[in-house]
Structure formats: structure tokens, C-alpha cells
Design a protein around this ligand. Structure first.
Ligand SMILES: Cc1cc2nc3c(=O)[nH]c(=O)nc-3n(C[C@H](O)[C@H](O)[C@H](O)COP(=O)(O)OP(=O)(O)OC[C@H]3O[C@@H](n4cnc5c(N)ncnc54)[C@H](O)[C@@H]3O)c2cc1C
Length: 451
């Protein structure tokens, strides 16, 4: 299935595969945002460093070429948990680093001339049910408790919210300016070109089959390098010895044909604000520069053994549910769904992203972004560059550095737990929509799912 994003770019010129055995200083596995930001940051920090990227398929094959295009300040990792483990200031610093990351991406996109439809319109989380208002009020109170004011997060009453987004119903929205809407595939390909201009070498169709200190073995040859960076996100579970490190959870998307100006006059999103509502099973959307909706959500099944397969990118029931949800939010949509696709996000057992470098073995990694990697990958890349070059910086002191998530349970417990939670969340959403969700069930779900 071809995503809207790959259907709306010039077909990229394929890169060559690894030509045999190669020596480098740093070898990076995976040419998604993590691998490419790392390569870009390393070469800018030290132009003498020999940086090689080995990609199994092609640049942007993974989530980086398929996502919802929210370049947001969302960080996958509970702020309360960070505060408990590292102190309140560290939790605030982490959030501020995420805000600053959007500025940094904007700077690089501008400097490198990456045309990725960048529009910084913020995000609207709309209350489409009364219970959503309570949930969003709670979220806002949490932001306030950490000292974030109106400039970062603010409540829009129903009239203010309707002026920005004409969805049905609209009972108000939580707004943050910290998000840009982007075209994901344009970003990942532009970034690959920028990393190459900086001197990194990217090999495609070069699957890594073994990782060891000082070398990675691919089907095309071996790269020897003091530093090995694993940037494989949801595919990590397919690497030897890492099956329980993260689980691949599928997120699916649909896109409409371009909708007429008269529709958008009502539907709004004039600043290309990204949008969601406050249901439990995440949905997310953006208005594209050519006037479509690109709209996605979770709900696809987890596959036993953390398998990742092209056929899992499609699920007729989820596509149907997404279309129904989009059409019920915007009943005046009079246009077809033209694209349907999906991909996997990487979920660590504690839902906490991490980045790290073990100098003794030379092994580095970043990931576990859940569904929030578009901007976090840039922070990861800059942080990895500092760690690898041995430069202590404000980035290397952030609380996610060196964080180690526990492994997932062995199968079939993993399958039972993840799919059980998915069913529970979906049924709670249905009950809330019907106005019959008993409080005890919601409390139980919050407890089991961590809020
Ligand atoms: C449908 C969907 C919607 C999303 N929406 C958003 C969003 O709106 N905002 C947001 O912030 N995040 C979103 N995400 C998540 C975000 O896209 C990811 O967190 C981010 O792209 C991760 O980048 P990455 O480089 O770490 O991983 P990836 O982009 O997955 O790259 C990993 C690369 O490693 C390669 N690889 C794997 N195994 C090997 C191997 N053995 N040898 C060599 N190469 C290998 C893969 O082919 C792949 O190219 C979404 C994800 C999906 C799937």
C-alpha cells in the first residue's frame, strides 16, 4: 500500500548497497530520522569522522516515511516519573528541550533548504465529549503543576476552539503552539540528502544481520567501526537478542482527496494546526498543504512474537473505523479516501524513550518513542553526537540519557497483555461515546494502563 507521502514526492534515486567490507569511525543501523539526524549531527560536529549508515530497505522505509507529520513537543515518558526519579527541575528541562527541538528542526530545515511543507500551527486537542473536557482539564492542570503557563498550553472555550477547527461536536480544546505540521517523506529524504552533503555515506538494501562491539555484519559485507549506533525503532525486535526490547505497535492512516476551499472555510485549521481529541485510543490528524486530511489512529492488533510484516500495514477494520471517525468529526466531508497505509511504532515496556552510549563496548542506541518520534529523533541525534564525541552538554544531562527500560514479558503473555489492553481501551471509548462508562471501569483502565 502506497502512503500519501510516498505518492506525493518525486521517486528518490536509489542509493547503492554496501560494496563489501568497509572501515568507518561510526556505523549507524537504519536510515530513518534517528539514524540520519545522528549522521548529520556527527558530521557537522566533526567533519573528519567517517560516518556510514546501513539501511535494510531504503531511506524512510520505516515510520519516518509514513507518519502523521506532527513535529510536536510530545515526549514519550511520564513527567511525574521523571520528577520522581530525577527531580522536578529535570522533568521541566526535558520538556523545555523538546520545545527547543522544534526550533532546532526549523533552523536546519531552513538552512538546508528542506522543503517539507513545514507549518508551525500548534496542536488542538479537542473535547468531543463532556468526559474529554475533564480529561483535558486534568492534562492542563498537570502542565500548570510543572510551571508551564498560557504561552505553552492554554484552554480554548468552545467558541475559540470552533474558530480554529469546525469539527462536530466541539466543546473546547487544549491548545499548544509547540507543533509543526510536516510532510514526513519530504523531511526524511531532505535530511538524507543533507547528511550526505555533510559527508555521511548511506547504503541502502544492506540489511544488518549481526551487531557486535566494533562491527556490524550485513548481507553485503561487514562495517568495522569503533562506534555502532542502533537506530532501528520498531524493527529492533527483529534483531538477534533484542526480541523483548520494544514491541512493534501498528498505527494506521488514511488520507482524503484534496477537499474544496468551501469545505475548509468551515472546517478551519487555517494555520494547519494538527489535531486530536481526548479519546483513549489515540487518533491524530493534519490538514495537508494540498487541502487533504491525513488522519490516523491506533487499534490494529499486536502480532505474536513482535513480528513486523508488510501485510500488517493494512487492516480493513481499522481503516473503516478511521474513516467513520473522520467523517463523524467532519460530516461535511464530500470526498473519497484515496490512500490507506500503516507502520509500526516502537513501544518500550515502560513507555519511556531513551538514548545512550556505552563507551566500553562502543554500542549506542536511541528509540522507544512510542508514537512521538518525529521531533524526539532530532534530540536523540544531537545527544548521540555529544555522547560519542565525549562532550558533556546540557543535552547529555537530560534524564532520558542512559535510561534502560525493562524487557517485555515473554510470549504468549506479551500478546495477551497488549491485545487485552487494546480491547479494553477500545471498549471504554465506545462506552464513553454512548455515555455509559462506569467510573470504576475507567479507574481500572487508568490503573492497568498507567493513566
Ligand atoms: C503511522 C504512524 C504515524 C506516526 N505519527 C507520528 C507523528 O505524527 N508524530 C510523531 O512524533 N511520531 C509519529 N510516529 C512515530 C515516528 O514516525 C517514529 O517515532 C520515528 O519516525 C522513528 O524514527 P526512527 O528513525 O527511529 O525509526 P524508523 O523510521 O522506523 O527507521 C528505522 C530504520 O531501520 C531500518 N532497519 C531495520 N532493521 C534493519 C536492519 N536489520 N538493518 C538495517 N536497517 C534496518 C528500517 O528499514 C528503517 O528504515 C508515527 C509512526 C507511524 C508508524
Amino acid at each position: 500500500m502506497v502512503s500519501l507521502w510516498s505518492a506525493t514526492i518525486e521517486p528518490p534515486t536509489p542509493r547503492s548497497a554496501l560494496p563489501g567490507d568497509v572501515d568507518a569511525d561510526v556505523v549507524i543501523i537504519g536510515a530513518g530520522y534517528t539514524g540520519l539526524w545522528t549522521a548529520h549531527s556527527l558530521r557537522h560536529a566533526d567533519p573528519h569522522l567517517r560516518v556510514v549508515v546501513c539501511e535494510r530497505e531504503h531511506v524512510g522505509f520505516g515510520a519516518s516515511g509514513r507518519n502523521g507529520g506532527w513535529c510536536s513537543a510530545l515526549f514519550a515518558g511520564s513527567r511525574e516519573r521523571t520528577a520522581r526519579a530525577h527531580g522536578r527541575e529535570a522533568a521541566i528541562e526535558m520538556q523545555r528541550a523538546m520545545f527547543a527541538t522544534i526550533d532546532e528542526i526549523e533552523r536546519v530545515v531552513g538552512e538546508e533548504g528542506i522543503d517539507c511543507d513545514w507549518t508551525r500551527g500548534g496542536t488542538l486537542e479537542v473535547a468531543t465529549l463532556p468526559v474529554h473536557r475533564d480529561r483535558l482539564a486534568h492534562e492542563l492542570a498537570d502542565h500548570r503543576a510543572f510551571g508551564f503557563g498560557d504561552d505553552d498550553y492554554r484552554w480554548l472555550d468552545a467558541d475559540e476552539a470552533r474558530a480554529r477547527i469546525g469539527c462536530e461536536p466541539n466543546l473546547g480544546a487544549l491548545y499548544t503552539p509547540h507543533c509543526a505540521a510536516i510532510h514526513p517523506a519530504k523531511l526524511v529524504h531532505g535530511l538524507a540528502d543533507a547528511a550526505e552533503r555533510a559527508g555521511a555515506v548511506i547504503y541502502e538494501r544492506s540489511p544488518v544481520v549481526e551487531i557486535a562491539p566494533g562491527r556490524v555484519r550485513t548481507t553485503r559485507g561487514t562495517v568495522r567501526a569503533d562506534v555502532v549506533v542502533r537506530a532501528t525503532e520498531a524493527f529492533t525486535a527483529t534483531l538477534p537478542g533484542l526480541r523483548r526490547a520494544v514491541v512493534p505497535v501498528y498505527s494506521l492512516m488514511i488520507a482524503t482527496e484534496p477537499l474544496p476551499a468551501v469545505f475548509w472555510a468551515d472546517a478551519g485549521l487555517h494555520a494547519r494546526e494538527t489535531f486530536a481529541d481526548a479519546r483513549r485510543l489515540v487518533i491524530y490528524g493534519q490538514r495537508t498543504t494540498d487541502g487533504r486530511f491525513a488522519f490516523g489512529g491506533r487499534g490494529a492488533p499486536y502480532h505474536l512474537g513482535s513480528r513486523v510484516r508488510p501485510q500488517f500495514d493494512e487492516d480493513a477494520d481499522v481503516f473503516r473505523a478511521l474513516e467513520q471517525t473522520l467523517r463523524s468529526l467532519f460530516p461535511k466531508i464530500d470526498g473519497d479516501i484515496t490512500h490507506r497505509w500503516g507502520g509500526a511504532v516502537g513501544v518500550p515496556r515502560d513507555w519511556y524513550s531513551s538514548v545512550g552510549f556505552d563507551r566500553a563496548t562502543g554500542l549506542a542506541w536511541a528509540g522507544g518513542y512510542v508514537g512521538d518520534g518525529v521531533s524526539t529523533t532530532n534530540l536523540a541525534g544531537r545527544t548521540l553526537a555529544d555522547l560519542i564525541l565525549g562532550q558533556e552538554s546540557e543535552l547529555t544531562l537530560l534524564p532520558w540519557v542512559g535510561h534502560e527500560s525493562p524487557p517485555w514479558e515473554p510470549e504468549p503473555l506479551r500478546w495477551l497483555g497488549i491485545n487485552g489492553a487494546r480491547t479494553l481501551v477500545a471498549s471504554l471509548d465506545r462506552a464513553e461515546t454512548a455515555g455509559r462508562a462506569p467510573k470504576w471501569r475507567a479507574r481500572f483502565a487508568d490503573r492497568v494502563l498507567g493513566g
